[in-house]
Design a protein around this ligand. Structure first.
Ligand code: ATP
Length: 286
């Protein structure tokens, strides 16, 4: 196989809690992860000279060893002493540094693609183990679907699939440093923890109302006071009839769950007209 194409899906957090910190500084989390249809597209071509390289439509991204795509390809090339290499083209659609695991999902797609193209025979578990050395969210991106993520993100438990609802995803024109969000969280004496077990139950019962009532993200309490647009986007979505709306990851992206797709369309048009989003997508839960 000399050529291959793959979709790399983004994620949202239906709930996100931080329950501690390891001695090495990594935070211990409890998160409910959900794959969404919004995706990047990657195409792969073998190179006979052994080179690993990439191009992308997003000029803000590095195309050298700093890109997780290159890191992932080189990790397998080095381990398996591959004499051939790979050229990757990344068509970026998932907003960057926005709490949707965009880089991690690309890395997951590269690990899968190199495994297939070079017939390495690695299982998903094997790829997840290697992915973890590049990023805490990569094992989840290999697995996909609806999952409880614990530890630093590597302890994954699949839960029954989330009902297939429509989503509006909006990223304000602001960037948030994940590091700063976590440092600020560490400085808080206490904060309210979302009910992760309640969320698992609500998803298993396929109760969208309860899922929306139980949504919570401890990082939103930190990001919201820093980025007023997060609260504004959430409130706009709720005022247009979203069943629930919340920030994903460390933000600043906000997603709205809409069982009423007419309401979703109206909200989409309103936000488009007001021109308050850097990125705005209609998508759905996968
Ligand atoms: P998470 O939800 O896991 O916190 P994120 O969505 O907040 O991730 P990413 O989009 O993965 O963040 O980007 C984080 C950083 O990683 C960016 O500063 C970017 O330069 C770098 N990066 C490296 N490779 C990629 C890639 N393939 N796609 C996006 N960002 C990448």
């Amino acid at each position: 196989m000399d050529q291959l194409r793959k979709k790399a899906y983004g994620k949202i957090n239906l709930a996100l809690d931080v329950i501690g910190r390891r001695d090495d500084g990594y935070h211990l989390v409890k998160m409910i992860m959900q794959t969404v249809e919004l995706h990047d597209e990657l195409s792969f071509e073998k190179t006979t000279d052994g080179s690993v390289s990439m191009t992308t439509n997003d000029s803000t991204l590095p195309v050298n060893d700093d890109n997780l795509c290159i890191k992932a390809a080189k990790l397998l090339k080095d381990e398996f002493h591959l004499t051939e290499g790979v050229n990757i083209h990344l068509e970026k659609n998932i907003p960057v540094a926005a709490g949707m695991a965009g880089g991690s999902t690309d890395a997951a797609a590269v690990l899968k693609a190199v495994n297939e193209m070079f017939e390495l025979g690695l299982s998903d578990e094997d790829l997840m183990e290697r992915g973890l050395s590049l990023g805490a969210d990569i094992p989840y991106c290999i697995m996909g679907g609806t999952a409880l993520s614990e530890g630093i993100g590597e302890e994954l438990t699949k839960i029954s699939p989330m009902p297939k609802v429509a989503l509006l995803i909006a990223k304000p024109p602001v960037n948030v440093s994940t590091g700063k969000v976590y440092t600020t969280l560490d400085s808080l004496e206490s904060y309210e923890h979302p009910d992760i077990d309640g969320m698992v139950r609500s998803i298993e019962e396929k109760n969208i109302k309860e899922i929306c009532n139980t949504m919570g993200n401890v990082l939103a309490d930190v990001t919201m006071p820093m980025v007023k647009e997060v609260e504004q986007l959430r409130d706009t979505m709720l005022s247009f009839g979203a069943d629930g709306a919340m920030m994903t990851g460390s933000g600043p992206t906000v997603f709205g769950i809409f069982t009423d797709e007419v309401a979703l369309d109206k909200c989409y048009l309103d936000l488009k007209e007001k021109n308050v989003c850097e990125r705005l997508y209609k998508t759905f839960v996968l």
